[in-house]
Design a protein around this ligand. Sequence first.
Ligand SMILES: Cc1cc2nc3c(=O)[nH]c(=O)nc-3n(C[C@H](O)[C@H](O)[C@H](O)COP(=O)(O)OP(=O)(O)OC[C@H]3O[C@@H](n4cnc5c(N)ncnc54)[C@H](O)[C@@H]3O)c2cc1C
Ligand SMILES: NC(=O)c1ccc[n+]([C@@H]2O[C@H](COP(=O)([O-])OP(=O)(O)OC[C@H]3O[C@@H](n4cnc5c(N)ncnc54)[C@H](OP(=O)(O)O)[C@@H]3O)[C@@H](O)[C@H]2O)c1
Length: 466
Amino acid sequence: MTQRVAIIGAGPSGIAQLRAFDSAKKSGREIPEIVCFEKQDDWGGQWNYNWRSGIDKYGEPVHSSMYRNLWSNGPKEALEFAEYTFDEHFGRPISSYPPRAVLWDYINGRAEKSDVKKHVRFATVVRWIDFDESTNLFTVTTEDLKTGQTETSEFDHVIVGSGHFSFPNVPDFKGIETFPGELMHAHDFRGAERLADKDVLLIGASYSAEDIGVQSFKMGARSVTYSYRSGPMGFDWPEGIEELPLIDRFEGSTAYFSNGMSRSFDTVILCTGYLHHYPFLPSDLALDSPNNVYPDTLYRGVVSENNDSLYYLGAQDQWFTFNMFDAQAWYVRDLILGELTIPSPSEQRESIDAWLERFNAIETAEDEVKFQADYIRDLIELTDYPMFDLDEVTRTFMAWKTDKKKNILTYRDKVYRSVMTGTMADKHHTPWLSELDDSMERYVSAAPREKLEDLASNEHSKSSKA
Ligand SMILES: Cc1cc2nc3c(=O)[nH]c(=O)nc-3n(C[C@H](O)[C@H](O)[C@H](O)COP(=O)(O)OP(=O)(O)OC[C@H]3O[C@@H](n4cnc5c(N)ncnc54)[C@H](O)[C@@H]3O)c2cc1C
Ligand SMILES: NC(=O)c1ccc[n+]([C@@H]2O[C@H](COP(=O)([O-])OP(=O)(O)OC[C@H]3O[C@@H](n4cnc5c(N)ncnc54)[C@H](OP(=O)(O)O)[C@@H]3O)[C@@H](O)[C@H]2O)c1
């Protein structure tokens, strides 16, 4: 009997899994029957922007936490697919930090080329999954969101690619209910234009806080204040941005900080991260972890320790993204195809413990990137996914960190070299800080008139010196 595989979600992880099976099929191997359930109308996961916040058009929780003017916050050279490069997709060099729509186009380009859409049931949400130990089968209950019809079917394997940056972590702060201004979690933030002339408070000290604060500054916020719990981000902030310790309490529009300072705000945005939350899984199968680079209970970061036929993709905190999901998907594919085997429970635990020991010794960001690079290398070595220079990508990440440290407002203007093709990225025609149009059309358009005039006058002065 042909095996049946269910993939939950058609974000970058789910698509990686579809592409992994497609690649095996193209190399002549027999693949199982695959059904990918995606609750949205289109694929791309987080990259599939939704202007709605809270509840989507089907009454489901909105999945994407991305905002209209989001640009990649890491160099694209660090996430590039090893088997579908930016050069192949765009046909020419592009900049290192593309906006959201451009990265969606890249993800979509690979998926469309692979003809894997036929496996995806869009607008279909997975409601519940049970595992029957007597048959070794999963029963997956789904709902077609367009018709309201529920359906139950059986699968030999389940691959969870539902992401873990969608269910906001919403801590309480004393007196916050008296705050009269706009108050939201980063998950619901859609754009910073309306924060012009506002005093904005961001609680949190990680990527969401950093980027939403800088976006607010870009769009003319009067002041941006970050409030940190463990430690400040410590960038050389421009005038108008400052970092203060944790909030002690709110009294109306005034926030009191733990160092005794107080400030009045128009807007508060909780940038306090997300929860691993799998409402469609029973507790023994649902991953329970903080956001980190080696969630416990996953053998090789993907196989559930509680069930050898249940896999998670992209469950780690992410330095590497798209190419890490690929490495995981190729490995899971080969387990399912029986080309690789899962060791005994005690050997799985030994392996997890060895990685956790190294994880617990991580002290710096560089250690963490190297850890994730080694994790990916370990997976790729087992499969036919093209190996790439993970040490060079680690160096790119370090250069990125240095560039951010030098200037948090201009780091997105820097360019890096692809480890896949050797191509040097092209500078975007407009500095990020003055680029107010985040669309794909604008991004791929020719340089604006001013730049052409600059180039022309440079050429002129060069030629008159010659
Ligand atoms: C605000 C923000 C900005 C980011 N910026 C970057 C960046 O600049 N660069 C970068 O590399 N990464 C970035 N990331 C990381 C991002 O998580 C990954 O790039 C990537 O989207 C993860 O892919 P995924 O498929 O694992 O999860 P997701 O992209 O979250 O996709 C999961 C999919 O599962 C579907 N789904 C969920 N539950 C169900 C269900 N019950 N039934 C059916 N379908 C379901 C969802 O609709 C979604 O399509 C960002 C993340 C966030 C939150
Ligand atoms: N492309 C982009 O520009 C962009 C923009 C936004 C987000 N992202 C991505 O989105 C993902 C999630 O990032 P994230 O910043 O939302 O989450 P995160 O990295 O998990 O960080 C959560 C932050 O919330 C803080 N926090 C949690 N509970 C708190 C509490 N009770 N009080 C005060 N602070 C609290 C944490 O502080 P501690 O350090 O003390 O734990 C941490 O600073 C990342 O992959 C990131 O790359 C990308």
